[in-house]
Design a protein around this ligand. Sequence first.
Ligand SMILES: *Cc1c(COP(=O)(O)O)cnc(C)c1O
Length: 452
Amino acid sequence: MEKLRFERPIIKRIETGMPNKFGTKTEYDPISHIDGVAVADLIKKYGSPLFVVSEKTIRKTFNDAKRSFYTRYPRVQFAWSYKTNYLDAVCRVFHDEGSWAEVVSGFEYDKAIRNGVKGDKIIFNGPDKSEADLEKAAKNGSMIHLDHFDELYTLIELAEKKNLKPKVAVRVNMDTGIYPSWDRFGFNYENGEAWDAINRIMLNKKLELVGLHTHIGTYILSVKSYGIAASKLSYLASEIEKKYGHAIKYIDMGGGFASKNTLKGAYLPGTDTCPSFDEYAESITSGIINSEIKPENLPFLILESGRALIDDAGYIIGTTLANKRLPDGRRSMIIDVGVNLLFTSFWYEHKITPAHAFTQHTEDTTIFGPLCMNIDVIRQNISFPVLKKGDQFVISKVGAYNMTQWLQFITLRPKIVLIDLKKGVHIIRESETAENFIRMEKTPEHLTSRQE
Ligand SMILES: *Cc1c(COP(=O)(O)O)cnc(C)c1O
Protein backbone atom coordinates (compact mmCIF):
# COMPACT_ATOMS: atom_id res chain seq x y z
CA MET A 1 0.00 0.00 0.00
CA GLU A 2 1.22 3.46 -0.84
CA LYS A 3 2.32 5.44 2.14
CA LEU A 4 -0.07 8.28 2.98
CA ARG A 5 1.28 11.75 2.53
CA PHE A 6 2.05 13.79 5.59
CA GLU A 7 0.25 17.03 5.78
CA ARG A 8 1.15 19.76 8.22
CA PRO A 9 -1.78 20.28 10.62
CA ILE A 10 -3.46 23.65 10.39
CA ILE A 11 -6.18 25.42 12.33
CA LYS A 12 -8.95 26.75 10.18
CA ARG A 13 -12.42 28.13 10.65
CA ILE A 14 -14.97 25.55 9.56
CA GLU A 15 -16.87 26.72 6.52
CA THR A 16 -18.35 23.48 5.29
CA GLY A 17 -21.91 23.99 4.20
CA MET A 18 -21.93 27.64 5.22
CA PRO A 19 -24.09 29.34 2.66
CA ASN A 20 -22.59 32.36 0.96
CA LYS A 21 -24.62 34.99 -0.89
CA PHE A 22 -25.43 32.57 -3.71
CA GLY A 23 -25.85 29.23 -1.97
CA THR A 24 -23.58 26.68 -0.45
CA LYS A 25 -19.93 26.39 -1.22
CA THR A 26 -19.28 23.98 -4.04
CA GLU A 27 -16.66 21.34 -3.48
CA TYR A 28 -15.16 19.69 -6.48
CA ASP A 29 -13.51 16.45 -7.46
CA PRO A 30 -10.08 15.95 -8.93
CA ILE A 31 -9.78 15.50 -12.70
CA SER A 32 -7.60 12.43 -13.01
CA HIS A 33 -8.66 11.51 -16.55
CA ILE A 34 -9.64 13.33 -19.72
CA ASP A 35 -11.95 11.29 -21.95
CA GLY A 36 -10.81 8.16 -20.16
CA VAL A 37 -7.07 8.82 -20.56
CA ALA A 38 -5.05 9.34 -17.37
CA VAL A 39 -3.55 12.80 -16.95
CA ALA A 40 -0.46 11.27 -15.32
CA ASP A 41 0.09 9.01 -18.35
CA LEU A 42 -0.29 11.91 -20.76
CA ILE A 43 2.34 13.96 -18.92
CA LYS A 44 4.67 11.00 -18.65
CA LYS A 45 4.50 10.33 -22.35
CA TYR A 46 4.21 13.82 -23.86
CA GLY A 47 5.77 16.08 -21.25
CA SER A 48 4.55 18.91 -19.07
CA PRO A 49 2.83 21.22 -19.71
CA LEU A 50 0.63 19.77 -22.43
CA PHE A 51 -2.42 21.03 -24.29
CA VAL A 52 -5.09 18.37 -24.69
CA VAL A 53 -8.01 18.60 -27.12
CA SER A 54 -11.08 16.36 -26.82
CA GLU A 55 -12.53 15.35 -30.17
CA LYS A 56 -15.60 14.03 -28.39
CA THR A 57 -16.34 17.38 -26.76
CA ILE A 58 -15.87 19.30 -30.02
CA ARG A 59 -18.37 17.08 -31.80
CA LYS A 60 -20.83 17.13 -28.95
CA THR A 61 -20.74 20.90 -28.47
CA PHE A 62 -21.03 21.47 -32.20
CA ASN A 63 -24.02 19.17 -32.50
CA ASP A 64 -25.73 20.91 -29.58
CA ALA A 65 -25.29 24.24 -31.34
CA LYS A 66 -26.45 22.85 -34.69
CA ARG A 67 -29.59 21.37 -33.15
CA SER A 68 -30.51 24.67 -31.50
CA PHE A 69 -30.47 26.46 -34.85
CA TYR A 70 -31.75 23.76 -37.23
CA THR A 71 -34.83 23.21 -35.14
CA ARG A 72 -35.72 26.90 -35.32
CA TYR A 73 -34.77 27.83 -38.87
CA PRO A 74 -34.79 25.76 -42.05
CA ARG A 75 -31.53 26.88 -43.65
CA VAL A 76 -28.49 27.04 -41.39
CA GLN A 77 -24.78 26.85 -42.13
CA PHE A 78 -21.87 27.07 -39.69
CA ALA A 79 -18.43 28.35 -40.74
CA TRP A 80 -15.53 27.56 -38.43
CA SER A 81 -13.71 30.68 -37.20
CA TYR A 82 -10.10 29.79 -37.97
CA LYS A 83 -8.44 32.35 -35.73
CA THR A 84 -10.15 30.84 -32.66
CA ASN A 85 -8.18 27.63 -33.14
CA TYR A 86 -6.57 26.88 -36.48
CA LEU A 87 -4.80 23.66 -35.68
CA ASP A 88 -5.42 21.56 -38.78
CA ALA A 89 -6.74 18.61 -36.77
CA VAL A 90 -9.25 20.83 -34.97
CA CYS A 91 -10.42 22.51 -38.19
CA ARG A 92 -10.84 19.13 -39.84
CA VAL A 93 -13.13 17.90 -37.08
CA PHE A 94 -15.37 20.92 -37.72
CA HIS A 95 -15.24 20.43 -41.50
CA ASP A 96 -16.05 16.76 -40.99
CA GLU A 97 -19.16 17.89 -39.10
CA GLY A 98 -20.20 20.05 -42.05
CA SER A 99 -18.67 23.41 -41.15
CA TRP A 100 -17.40 25.78 -43.80
CA ALA A 101 -14.31 27.94 -43.06
CA GLU A 102 -14.30 31.57 -41.88
CA VAL A 103 -10.87 33.18 -42.32
CA VAL A 104 -9.41 36.64 -41.67
CA SER A 105 -6.06 36.55 -43.49
CA GLY A 106 -4.29 35.09 -46.52
CA PHE A 107 -2.46 32.71 -44.18
CA GLU A 108 -5.74 31.36 -42.79
CA TYR A 109 -7.25 31.23 -46.29
CA ASP A 110 -4.45 28.97 -47.52
CA LYS A 111 -4.79 26.81 -44.43
CA ALA A 112 -8.49 26.26 -45.20
CA ILE A 113 -7.67 25.26 -48.79
CA ARG A 114 -5.02 22.85 -47.46
CA ASN A 115 -7.64 21.41 -45.11
CA GLY A 116 -9.70 20.47 -48.15
CA VAL A 117 -12.30 23.25 -47.96
CA LYS A 118 -13.64 24.19 -51.40
CA GLY A 119 -13.16 27.85 -52.36
CA ASP A 120 -16.90 28.48 -52.51
CA LYS A 121 -17.22 27.36 -48.88
CA ILE A 122 -14.71 29.89 -47.53
CA ILE A 123 -15.84 33.17 -46.01
CA PHE A 124 -13.11 35.80 -46.16
CA ASN A 125 -13.39 38.45 -43.43
CA GLY A 126 -10.93 40.95 -42.00
CA PRO A 127 -9.58 44.41 -42.77
CA ASP A 128 -6.31 43.18 -44.33
CA LYS A 129 -6.80 41.34 -47.61
CA SER A 130 -4.02 41.96 -50.15
CA GLU A 131 -4.79 42.34 -53.85
CA ALA A 132 -3.35 38.86 -54.40
CA ASP A 133 -5.63 37.50 -51.64
CA LEU A 134 -8.66 39.17 -53.22
CA GLU A 135 -7.83 37.84 -56.67
CA LYS A 136 -7.38 34.30 -55.38
CA ALA A 137 -10.62 34.44 -53.39
CA ALA A 138 -12.54 35.89 -56.37
CA LYS A 139 -11.24 33.20 -58.71
CA ASN A 140 -12.15 30.46 -56.22
CA GLY A 141 -15.68 31.79 -55.80
CA SER A 142 -15.18 32.51 -52.09
CA MET A 143 -17.42 34.94 -50.23
CA ILE A 144 -15.50 38.19 -49.76
CA HIS A 145 -16.82 40.24 -46.85
CA LEU A 146 -16.07 43.89 -47.48
CA ASP A 147 -14.66 45.90 -44.59
CA HIS A 148 -14.20 49.40 -46.05
CA PHE A 149 -14.64 51.49 -49.20
CA ASP A 150 -10.97 51.22 -50.21
CA GLU A 151 -11.40 47.46 -50.33
CA LEU A 152 -14.62 47.80 -52.33
CA TYR A 153 -12.93 50.03 -54.94
CA THR A 154 -9.86 47.79 -55.14
CA LEU A 155 -12.11 44.83 -55.79
CA ILE A 156 -14.11 46.66 -58.47
CA GLU A 157 -10.88 47.59 -60.22
CA LEU A 158 -9.61 44.01 -59.95
CA ALA A 159 -12.88 42.60 -61.30
CA GLU A 160 -12.61 44.88 -64.32
CA LYS A 161 -8.94 44.19 -64.96
CA LYS A 162 -9.15 40.40 -64.59
CA ASN A 163 -12.68 39.99 -65.88
CA LEU A 164 -13.94 38.42 -62.67
CA LYS A 165 -17.29 38.62 -60.90
CA PRO A 166 -16.42 38.41 -57.19
CA LYS A 167 -19.09 37.31 -54.71
CA VAL A 168 -19.30 39.84 -51.91
CA ALA A 169 -21.14 40.53 -48.69
CA VAL A 170 -21.27 43.82 -46.82
CA ARG A 171 -20.03 43.71 -43.26
CA VAL A 172 -22.26 45.93 -41.14
CA ASN A 173 -21.57 47.43 -37.73
CA MET A 174 -24.44 48.78 -35.70
CA ASP A 175 -25.85 49.80 -32.35
CA THR A 176 -27.20 46.68 -30.68
CA GLY A 177 -27.12 48.04 -27.16
CA ILE A 178 -23.58 46.76 -26.51
CA TYR A 179 -21.05 49.42 -25.55
CA PRO A 180 -18.46 50.14 -26.60
CA SER A 181 -19.81 48.84 -29.88
CA TRP A 182 -17.49 47.16 -32.33
CA ASP A 183 -17.69 49.91 -34.89
CA ARG A 184 -14.28 49.66 -36.53
CA PHE A 185 -15.21 46.78 -38.83
CA GLY A 186 -17.39 47.12 -41.87
CA PHE A 187 -19.92 49.82 -42.70
CA ASN A 188 -22.19 51.55 -40.22
CA TYR A 189 -25.92 50.90 -40.22
CA GLU A 190 -27.26 53.93 -38.39
CA ASN A 191 -25.46 56.61 -40.40
CA GLY A 192 -26.46 55.07 -43.73
CA GLU A 193 -22.97 53.96 -44.75
CA ALA A 194 -23.96 50.30 -45.08
CA TRP A 195 -26.88 51.21 -47.33
CA ASP A 196 -24.53 53.42 -49.35
CA ALA A 197 -22.10 50.52 -49.85
CA ILE A 198 -24.98 48.24 -50.87
CA ASN A 199 -26.16 50.72 -53.49
CA ARG A 200 -22.66 51.14 -54.91
CA ILE A 201 -22.33 47.37 -55.28
CA MET A 202 -25.79 46.93 -56.82
CA LEU A 203 -25.37 49.77 -59.32
CA ASN A 204 -21.85 48.86 -60.33
CA LYS A 205 -22.75 45.33 -61.50
CA LYS A 206 -19.12 44.15 -61.40
CA LEU A 207 -19.71 42.41 -58.09
CA GLU A 208 -22.39 39.96 -57.01
CA LEU A 209 -23.96 40.85 -53.68
CA VAL A 210 -24.62 37.50 -52.01
CA GLY A 211 -24.90 38.33 -48.32
CA LEU A 212 -24.95 40.64 -45.34
CA HIS A 213 -22.68 40.13 -42.37
CA THR A 214 -22.16 41.34 -38.85
CA HIS A 215 -20.02 40.28 -35.90
CA ILE A 216 -21.17 42.31 -32.94
CA GLY A 217 -18.34 41.43 -30.55
CA THR A 218 -17.06 38.54 -28.51
CA TYR A 219 -18.26 36.89 -25.29
CA ILE A 220 -21.60 38.66 -25.69
CA LEU A 221 -23.94 37.82 -22.82
CA SER A 222 -26.86 39.83 -24.17
CA VAL A 223 -29.05 37.56 -26.25
CA LYS A 224 -31.29 40.50 -27.16
CA SER A 225 -28.46 42.22 -29.03
CA TYR A 226 -28.38 39.36 -31.51
CA GLY A 227 -32.09 39.78 -32.15
CA ILE A 228 -31.59 43.50 -32.81
CA ALA A 229 -28.68 42.76 -35.17
CA ALA A 230 -30.66 40.10 -37.04
CA SER A 231 -33.61 42.50 -37.46
CA LYS A 232 -31.36 45.26 -38.80
CA LEU A 233 -29.68 42.98 -41.35
CA SER A 234 -33.09 41.58 -42.34
CA TYR A 235 -34.37 45.09 -42.85
CA LEU A 236 -31.48 45.82 -45.23
CA ALA A 237 -32.19 42.55 -47.06
CA SER A 238 -35.84 43.47 -47.54
CA GLU A 239 -34.90 46.97 -48.77
CA ILE A 240 -32.60 45.36 -51.36
CA GLU A 241 -35.51 43.16 -52.40
CA LYS A 242 -37.78 46.17 -52.76
CA LYS A 243 -35.41 48.45 -54.61
CA TYR A 244 -33.61 45.98 -56.88
CA GLY A 245 -35.74 42.83 -56.85
CA HIS A 246 -32.56 41.10 -55.74
CA ALA A 247 -32.64 38.36 -53.09
CA ILE A 248 -29.46 37.98 -51.08
CA LYS A 249 -28.42 34.40 -50.38
CA TYR A 250 -27.47 34.66 -46.73
CA ILE A 251 -27.42 36.60 -43.50
CA ASP A 252 -24.22 35.94 -41.54
CA MET A 253 -24.52 36.69 -37.82
CA GLY A 254 -20.79 36.21 -37.05
CA GLY A 255 -19.71 34.73 -33.73
CA GLY A 256 -19.35 36.07 -30.21
CA PHE A 257 -21.48 33.62 -28.25
CA ALA A 258 -20.08 33.36 -24.73
CA SER A 259 -18.34 30.18 -23.68
CA LYS A 260 -18.92 28.82 -20.19
CA ASN A 261 -15.81 30.44 -18.75
CA THR A 262 -16.08 32.84 -15.83
CA LEU A 263 -15.05 36.43 -16.45
CA LYS A 264 -12.77 38.05 -13.88
CA GLY A 265 -14.78 39.85 -11.27
CA ALA A 266 -18.02 38.01 -12.09
CA TYR A 267 -20.18 37.06 -9.10
CA LEU A 268 -21.35 33.78 -10.52
CA PRO A 269 -19.60 31.14 -12.58
CA GLY A 270 -20.00 31.28 -16.37
CA THR A 271 -21.74 27.91 -16.32
CA ASP A 272 -24.61 29.64 -14.50
CA THR A 273 -24.70 32.95 -16.34
CA CYS A 274 -23.89 32.29 -20.00
CA PRO A 275 -26.85 32.00 -22.36
CA SER A 276 -27.44 28.64 -24.02
CA PHE A 277 -27.27 28.05 -27.78
CA ASP A 278 -31.08 27.76 -27.66
CA GLU A 279 -31.40 31.29 -26.32
CA TYR A 280 -29.09 32.79 -28.95
CA ALA A 281 -30.86 30.81 -31.66
CA GLU A 282 -34.30 31.93 -30.52
CA SER A 283 -33.32 35.59 -30.63
CA ILE A 284 -31.53 35.47 -33.98
CA THR A 285 -34.10 33.43 -35.86
CA SER A 286 -36.97 35.57 -34.53
CA GLY A 287 -35.22 38.63 -35.92
CA ILE A 288 -35.14 37.09 -39.39
CA ILE A 289 -38.48 35.31 -39.63
CA ASN A 290 -40.46 38.27 -38.32
CA SER A 291 -38.93 40.63 -40.90
CA GLU A 292 -40.33 41.79 -44.25
CA ILE A 293 -38.14 39.37 -46.24
CA LYS A 294 -40.39 37.42 -48.62
CA PRO A 295 -40.81 33.77 -47.61
CA GLU A 296 -39.63 32.52 -51.02
CA ASN A 297 -36.40 34.50 -50.54
CA LEU A 298 -35.63 33.28 -47.04
CA PRO A 299 -31.83 33.59 -46.78
CA PHE A 300 -29.42 31.05 -45.35
CA LEU A 301 -28.40 31.82 -41.79
CA ILE A 302 -24.62 31.57 -41.41
CA LEU A 303 -22.98 31.40 -37.98
CA GLU A 304 -19.28 31.89 -37.31
CA SER A 305 -19.27 30.91 -33.66
CA GLY A 306 -15.73 30.26 -32.40
CA ARG A 307 -15.16 30.50 -28.66
CA ALA A 308 -18.42 28.82 -27.61
CA LEU A 309 -17.73 25.79 -29.81
CA ILE A 310 -14.16 25.03 -28.79
CA ASP A 311 -13.42 26.37 -25.30
CA ASP A 312 -14.82 23.33 -23.47
CA ALA A 313 -12.83 20.91 -25.62
CA GLY A 314 -9.42 22.30 -24.64
CA TYR A 315 -7.37 21.60 -21.51
CA ILE A 316 -3.87 22.40 -20.43
CA ILE A 317 -2.34 19.99 -17.95
CA GLY A 318 0.82 20.71 -16.02
CA THR A 319 2.97 20.32 -12.94
CA THR A 320 3.49 22.24 -9.71
CA LEU A 321 7.02 23.64 -9.54
CA ALA A 322 7.04 25.05 -6.02
CA ASN A 323 5.12 26.52 -3.11
CA LYS A 324 6.19 29.79 -1.63
CA ARG A 325 5.10 32.27 1.05
CA LEU A 326 4.93 35.85 -0.08
CA PRO A 327 6.30 38.51 2.30
CA ASP A 328 2.78 39.37 3.49
CA GLY A 329 2.13 35.76 4.44
CA ARG A 330 -0.02 34.86 1.47
CA ARG A 331 0.47 31.44 0.03
CA SER A 332 1.61 31.21 -3.58
CA MET A 333 2.27 28.41 -5.98
CA ILE A 334 4.42 28.31 -9.08
CA ILE A 335 3.26 26.12 -11.94
CA ASP A 336 4.77 25.36 -15.33
CA VAL A 337 1.94 27.05 -17.26
CA GLY A 338 2.47 30.76 -17.87
CA VAL A 339 0.41 33.53 -19.42
CA ASN A 340 2.44 33.11 -22.61
CA LEU A 341 0.55 29.81 -23.10
CA LEU A 342 -2.66 30.84 -21.38
CA PHE A 343 -3.41 34.25 -22.72
CA THR A 344 -7.02 34.01 -21.62
CA SER A 345 -6.04 34.07 -17.93
CA PHE A 346 -5.88 37.86 -18.31
CA TRP A 347 -9.68 37.97 -18.46
CA TYR A 348 -10.99 34.58 -17.31
CA GLU A 349 -10.89 32.95 -13.91
CA HIS A 350 -9.89 29.60 -15.29
CA LYS A 351 -10.90 26.52 -13.41
CA ILE A 352 -7.81 24.76 -12.16
CA THR A 353 -8.24 21.32 -10.61
CA PRO A 354 -5.74 18.94 -9.04
CA ALA A 355 -5.27 15.75 -11.07
CA HIS A 356 -5.30 13.47 -8.03
CA ALA A 357 -7.16 13.12 -4.74
CA PHE A 358 -6.55 16.20 -2.62
CA THR A 359 -7.19 17.48 0.82
CA GLN A 360 -10.20 19.67 1.51
CA HIS A 361 -7.91 22.02 3.47
CA THR A 362 -7.82 25.05 1.28
CA GLU A 363 -6.11 28.39 1.59
CA ASP A 364 -6.17 31.60 -0.38
CA THR A 365 -3.48 31.12 -2.96
CA THR A 366 -2.01 33.05 -5.85
CA ILE A 367 -0.96 30.82 -8.71
CA PHE A 368 1.99 32.09 -10.73
CA GLY A 369 3.38 30.85 -14.03
CA PRO A 370 7.10 30.18 -14.59
CA LEU A 371 7.96 33.40 -16.44
CA CYS A 372 10.20 36.11 -15.02
CA MET A 373 7.43 38.65 -15.16
CA ASN A 374 5.32 40.01 -12.35
CA ILE A 375 2.15 39.80 -14.43
CA ASP A 376 2.56 36.07 -14.97
CA VAL A 377 -0.45 35.23 -12.80
CA ILE A 378 -2.75 32.35 -13.71
CA ARG A 379 -5.12 32.83 -10.73
CA GLN A 380 -5.12 35.64 -8.22
CA ASN A 381 -6.51 34.63 -4.83
CA ILE A 382 -8.15 31.30 -5.36
CA SER A 383 -9.18 29.12 -2.47
CA PHE A 384 -7.01 26.15 -3.34
CA PRO A 385 -5.81 22.92 -1.74
CA VAL A 386 -2.12 22.38 -1.08
CA LEU A 387 -0.33 20.86 -4.05
CA LYS A 388 3.24 19.76 -3.58
CA LYS A 389 6.15 20.11 -5.96
CA GLY A 390 5.58 17.58 -8.74
CA ASP A 391 1.80 17.37 -8.25
CA GLN A 392 -0.23 17.67 -11.41
CA PHE A 393 -3.31 19.72 -12.30
CA VAL A 394 -5.77 20.34 -15.11
CA ILE A 395 -6.89 23.74 -16.33
CA SER A 396 -10.23 23.45 -18.14
CA LYS A 397 -11.99 25.33 -20.94
CA VAL A 398 -8.95 26.71 -22.67
CA GLY A 399 -9.67 25.60 -26.26
CA ALA A 400 -10.37 29.05 -27.68
CA TYR A 401 -7.64 31.49 -28.75
CA ASN A 402 -4.85 30.17 -26.51
CA MET A 403 -3.47 27.84 -29.15
CA THR A 404 -3.39 30.66 -31.70
CA GLN A 405 -2.49 33.68 -29.56
CA TRP A 406 0.21 31.98 -27.49
CA LEU A 407 3.66 33.49 -27.44
CA GLN A 408 7.09 32.03 -27.59
CA PHE A 409 8.65 33.76 -24.62
CA ILE A 410 11.40 32.51 -22.29
CA THR A 411 10.31 28.90 -22.73
CA LEU A 412 9.43 26.86 -25.79
CA ARG A 413 5.84 26.00 -26.57
CA PRO A 414 4.69 22.49 -25.65
CA LYS A 415 3.02 19.71 -27.60
CA ILE A 416 -0.69 19.56 -28.32
CA VAL A 417 -2.46 16.21 -28.39
CA LEU A 418 -5.93 15.20 -29.50
CA ILE A 419 -7.86 12.40 -27.81
CA ASP A 420 -10.06 10.70 -30.39
CA LEU A 421 -13.42 9.01 -29.84
CA LYS A 422 -11.76 5.70 -29.01
CA LYS A 423 -9.31 7.07 -26.41
CA GLY A 424 -6.51 7.12 -29.00
CA VAL A 425 -4.02 9.93 -28.35
CA HIS A 426 -2.46 11.78 -31.31
CA ILE A 427 0.15 14.51 -31.35
CA ILE A 428 -1.41 17.28 -33.46
CA ARG A 429 1.39 19.79 -32.91
CA GLU A 430 4.95 19.05 -31.91
CA SER A 431 6.73 20.94 -29.17
CA GLU A 432 9.08 23.65 -30.32
CA THR A 433 12.82 23.09 -30.26
CA ALA A 434 15.67 25.56 -30.10
CA GLU A 435 16.35 24.52 -33.71
CA ASN A 436 13.08 26.11 -34.84
CA PHE A 437 14.35 29.48 -33.70
CA ILE A 438 18.00 29.13 -34.67
CA ARG A 439 16.85 28.38 -38.22
CA MET A 440 15.07 31.71 -38.50
CA GLU A 441 17.81 33.87 -36.97
CA LYS A 442 20.68 35.38 -38.88
CA THR A 443 23.79 36.91 -37.36
CA PRO A 444 25.69 39.57 -39.40
CA GLU A 445 29.18 38.50 -40.34
CA HIS A 446 30.96 41.19 -38.32
CA LEU A 447 29.44 39.65 -35.21
CA THR A 448 30.16 36.03 -36.05
CA SER A 449 33.87 36.59 -36.85
CA ARG A 450 34.59 38.25 -33.52
CA GLN A 451 37.45 36.55 -31.70
CA GLU A 452 37.84 36.36 -27.95
C1 LIG B 1 -13.22 36.21 -34.27
C2 LIG B 1 -14.37 36.18 -35.17
C3 LIG B 1 -15.38 35.20 -35.02
C4 LIG B 1 -15.42 34.24 -33.86
O1 LIG B 1 -15.71 34.93 -32.71
P1 LIG B 1 -16.00 34.19 -31.30
O2 LIG B 1 -16.17 35.30 -30.34
O3 LIG B 1 -14.81 33.34 -31.01
O4 LIG B 1 -17.23 33.37 -31.47
C5 LIG B 1 -16.39 35.19 -35.97
N1 LIG B 1 -16.43 36.08 -37.00
C6 LIG B 1 -15.49 37.04 -37.15
C7 LIG B 1 -15.58 37.98 -38.27
C8 LIG B 1 -14.43 37.12 -36.24
O5 LIG B 1 -13.50 38.09 -36.40
